[in-house]
Ligand binder design. Structure first.
Ligand code: SF4
Ligand code: SF4
Length: 659
């Protein structure tokens, strides 16, 4: 996106928020605690440096008031919830404004490669923002209105971003830029020396007169996906070694992700998937049988020690979606999460369970708490002593090697972790046909950023290419899939539980997904992530081999496919026709419709729709089919089963013709 396009986009967001009614409200909107003059408090805060806004109008005060109002205050019960608005929408805007201004400044004031600019842009991550607010004495922390919550980095950072958003709306981009640069200029400049590990080492070695500093490089990965190992010696004595996807990164000998073990199984097209015996008994999720199945699956591929080391911080990444009761089979079953958690803890790892709930759900602490509790993970954390993540920050992770994405916004616990272990759920998916290992990592993208990807990658195969980039960027070390009770039919939310009785484990998401596709009777190459991985030479689905039980003995050939699925035994001509009709034919693709009596007007579908085709008025959603791009996010997010999918007459005829 060019700077001009980015500015236009910010203007559009500003207009939308204006229309949303940020201005023209009266202050206060609810009674203030006795003795507290909120207007004077805000005026004093904004008049001080670095803000320097001395002529605040009464009309603008509610905007700043909202920027410093945490949702706990808005929903704290002291005042009617509807009467007080929180800062979440402003925070969304301010986050983009902040990143835009700093990116623009980095481009203008420094002559740096993109990777280095990305590193410096990380001054906007949550913990850093909170430090800046406190160290520079900006006064924002004491002006935040919240209720019953300790002041966390996340609350401070959110309020700070919201305030930047408010300044942008009230004063425009130039004033916002002045304020941001006054706060960040030194921070950005200092980033260089603090992040330049090689430079710092060189300086230290020279200062201490330790001798000659040398790096020796060795390529360990195959030509199409190299891994660089670097050994550092000082005066001929080995000092350390590291691995990364680039020579530069290997030389840094520092990257947590770069230091992860290479995924030899995938590159060589050996097997990534293994399966233990089917579980049985009460729903298949009895503790003993799940523990045994999970242990066996992991032992068959080399044991936990092959993937993680003691003392490492591991992010355990389930499929949380928006949190549903385990028996609905929407989320990874807590028994499987607990079994993997116990193995990791037993191996001496520190474990954090984390995920960003499904698209359209705001990534905040309240929603996380609710989702964890519903999915049964709160009990898992209590029982296994692992930690549930409540840090709602996220950071930009650069991935210059990406085929379609050069960087991602990734939730903080994933960036902070030494290793990621995925515990996915086997389900059908109306859009991507099936969701398992590779798609699970989409949960590392913070909640409301997800629709942007649906808008950008409107074709499921393009979406698959993005997901392969994401997996290659974050390199989860181990995959464990809960296919004990899978979801068939119109998943990932509205399908039905179906017993498969299998736990899959492997190191490579595409290999594990290939085995799942075969188990449930789908053609692996019709799954976007598998097809993309195959096109890049990361896997040959036909060459995937398993250890343990024979997939043929466990297959469920009559597993019900989603109503959008058209695969299975397709000849070449049919694939071509399908590709054309699916990609270009809205008439062919099933269209979403609202089941009036089931809709409760919750608005989740409106928030998630990447093209704003859904409107909720008078507690009822309506869909503008002329705008709809058939991504089915609304269907995925609706917990009331109030979005139905159906084909028009032409679509039905084509579907019949194509078999
Ligand atoms: S269709 Fe579903 S998600 Fe949309 S408003 Fe109605 S109940 Fe909520
Ligand atoms: S209305 Fe259409 S474009 Fe919007 S979320 Fe639903 S399927 Fe996607």
């Amino acid at each position: 996106m060019s700077l001009h396009q980015a500015t236009m986009r910010l203007s559009t967001i500003r207009e939308r928020l204006r229309i949303g009614g940020l201005f023209g409200q009266k202050l206060p909107r609810h009674p203030e605690p006795a003795g507290r003059d909120r207007g004077a408090e805000l005026c004093a805060l904004l008049a001080a440096p670095p803000f320097g806004i001395t002529d605040l109008s009464d009309a603008a005060l509610p905007l700043y008031d909202r920027a410093l109002t945490h949702r706990s205050y808005a929903n704290g019960g002291e005042y009617p919830a509807a009467a007080v608005e929180d800062n979440e929408r402003l925070e969304f805007l301010g986050n983009y404004v902040l990143d835009f201004i700093i990116a623009d400044h980095l481009y203008d004031a420094y002559d740096l490669p993109p990777g280095e600019m990305n590193r410096r842009l990380q001054v906007t991550r949550n913990t850093k923002l909170a430090n800046i607010v406190l160290e520079q004495g900006l006064g924002i922390d004491s002006a935040i209105r919240r209720k019953g919550l300790a002041l966390t980095d996340s609350i401070i950072a959110d309020a700070f971003e919201a305030l930047i958003g408010a300044i942008f709306l009230d004063r425009g981009l130039d004033v916002a830029r002045e304020v941001v640069l006054a706060i960040f200029e030194d921070e950005i400049a200092e980033c260089d020396t603090r992040r330049n590990y090689r430079g710092r080492l060189q300086e230290y070695v020279a200062q201490q007169d330790l001798g000659n500093l040398a790096y020796d490089y060795r390529q360990t990965g195959p030509g199409n996906c190299p891994v660089w190992a670097a050994r550092v010696t000082v005066g001929g004595v080995p000092l350390g070694k590291g691995e990364a996807r680039t020579k530069q990164g290997g030389g840094d000998a520092r990257g947590k992700r770069g230091a992860r073990p290479p995924r030899g199984g995938v590159r060589c097209n050996r097997s990534g998937g293994t399966r233990p015996s089917p579980s049985s008994g009460a729903g298949g999720y009895g503790r003993d049988e799940v523990d045994a199945a999970v242990s066996r699956a992991i032992d068959l591929i080399g044991g936990m020690g092959r993937f993680v080391a003691p003392k490492e911080l591991v992010l355990l990444k389930p499929n949380l979606l928006q949190g549903q009761e385990p028996e609905r089979c929407v989320t990874t079953h807590p028994a499987v999460v607990a079994a993997v958690a116990r193995l990791l803890v037993g191996h001496g790892c520190q474990v954090v369970i984390g995920d960003s709930p499904g698209a359209g759900i705001v990534y905040n602490e309240t929603n996380l708490r609710r989702a964890y509790a519903r999915a049964g993970y709160t009990a898992v954390a209590e029982e296994t002593s692992v930690v549930l993540n409540y840090d709602t920050g996220y950071q930009t992770v650069s991935y210059p090697e990406g085929a379609v994405m050069k960087q991602f916004s990734i939730i903080t616990p994933a960036v902070a972790a030494d290793a990621i272990v995925v515990v996915s759920k086997a389900k059908t998916h109306m859009w991507t046909r099936m969701t398992g290992a590779a798609k699970n990592l989409f949960g590392l993208i913070p909640g409301l950023e997800k629709p942007v990807f649906h808008f950008r990658f409107q074709d499921e195969y393009a979406f698959g290419r993005m997901l392969v980039d994401l997996n290659e960027c974050m390199k989860p070390r181990l995959q464990v899939m809960d296919a004990v009770m899978a979801m068939e039919g119109d998943g990932p939310q509205a399908g039905s539980p179906r017993k498969v009785g299998v736990i899959l484990a492997g190191s490579d998401p595409a290999a594990v997904d290939t085995v799942l596709a075969q188990l449930i009777g789908m053609d692996p190459l019709e799954i976007g992530t598998i097809r993309s991985a195959a096109a890049r030479g990361l896997i040959d689905p036909a060459a995937v081999r398993t250890v343990g039980d024979d997939p043929a003995d466990l297959a469920v050939p009559d597993f019900k496919k989603p109503s959008t699925y058209t695969g299975g035994g397709a000849g070449p001509w049919r694939r071509v026709v399908l590709a054309v009709t699916q990609r270009f034919g809205k008439t062919y693709a099933p269209r979403p419709g609202v089941v009036g009596e089931a809709c409760i007007g919750c608005g989740k579908c409106e928030r998630i729709c990447p093209v704003h085709a859904v409107t909720v008025t008078e507690s009822r959603a309506t869909i503008d089919l002329s705008r709809c791009i058939r991504c089915y996010c609304c269907h995925e997010i609706c917990t009331e089963h109030a979005i139905a999918l159906s084909r028009g007459l032409t679509g039905r005829l084509l579907a019949r013709l194509l078999g």
